[in-house]
Design a protein around this ligand. Structure first.
Ligand SMILES: CC(C)(COP(=O)(O)OP(=O)(O)OC[C@H]1O[C@@H](n2cnc3c(N)ncnc32)[C@H](O)[C@@H]1OP(=O)(O)O)[C@@H](O)C(=O)NCCC(=O)NCCS
Length: 155
């Protein structure tokens, strides 16, 4: 089978509807049912790189950095029809030359635990988290996929 073709677009932010559809399809559990919150997630990010096949959004990386020391990759999502074709690797490759003094960290989805070591990321033993007790949680993968099946079909 011919590998899918794609174009990497550094610093190109897609529209919210395309992001919702891509995250539903990948799947990447983010609050895609709350458009205002999703918009705030992107307004607050300063690293957004996308991948396209013509007009179709096929990959997206969202993160933030101070540009000098710290960086966090918040989201990495690739459309199922374009996975394992180098899209994720190409999006992440943009991080390092632009910010050579930054150390990037991320939280791996259970679906991608084997991915990050495979593409050069090292595990951390000293990562910790805390949030407001009322922070809304995310549904299971099964619930997320069934809730957003219609959105996923638009990706
Ligand atoms: C995980 C994900 C981002 C990987 O992106 P991708 O574009 O499919 O991966 P790439 O094409 O860059 O793969 C690079 C290499 O990693 C391998 N790989 C891809 N997914 C993998 C996985 N889940 N586990 C282990 N290795 C994986 C590829 O086979 C390839 O290997 P090679 O270089 O030896 O040929 C993508 O599968 C995805 O969007 N998954 C659903 C959402 C998700 O879990 N995102 C991560 C959030 S933390």
């Amino acid at each position: 089978m011919t590998p899918p073709t794609f174009r990497i677009a550094p610093h190109e932010r897609p529209g919210l509807e395309a992001i919702q559809a891509l995250y539903a399809a990948s799947p990447l559990r983010r609050p895609i049912g709350d458009a205002a919150r999703l918009k705030q997630m992107f307004d607050g990010a300063n690293v957004i790189h996308s991948a396209w096949d013509g007009p179709r959004l096929v990959g997206l990386l969202r993160g933030w950095t101070d540009g000098a020391f710290d960086g966090y990759v918040c989201d990495l999502a690739v459309h199922p029809g374009y996975q394992k074709a180098g899209v994720g690797k190409a999006l992440m490759a943009l991080l390092f030359p632009e910010f050579p003094r930054v150390r990037w960290v991320l939280l791996a989805s259970p679906l991608a635990e084997g991915y990050y070591p495979h593409v050069g990321w090292k595990p951390l033993q000293n990562a910790w988290e805390q949030s407001h007790p009322d922070r809304p949680g995310m549904p299971s993968f099964e619930a997320f996929q069934s809730q957003f099946a219609e959105l996923a079909s638009r990706a």
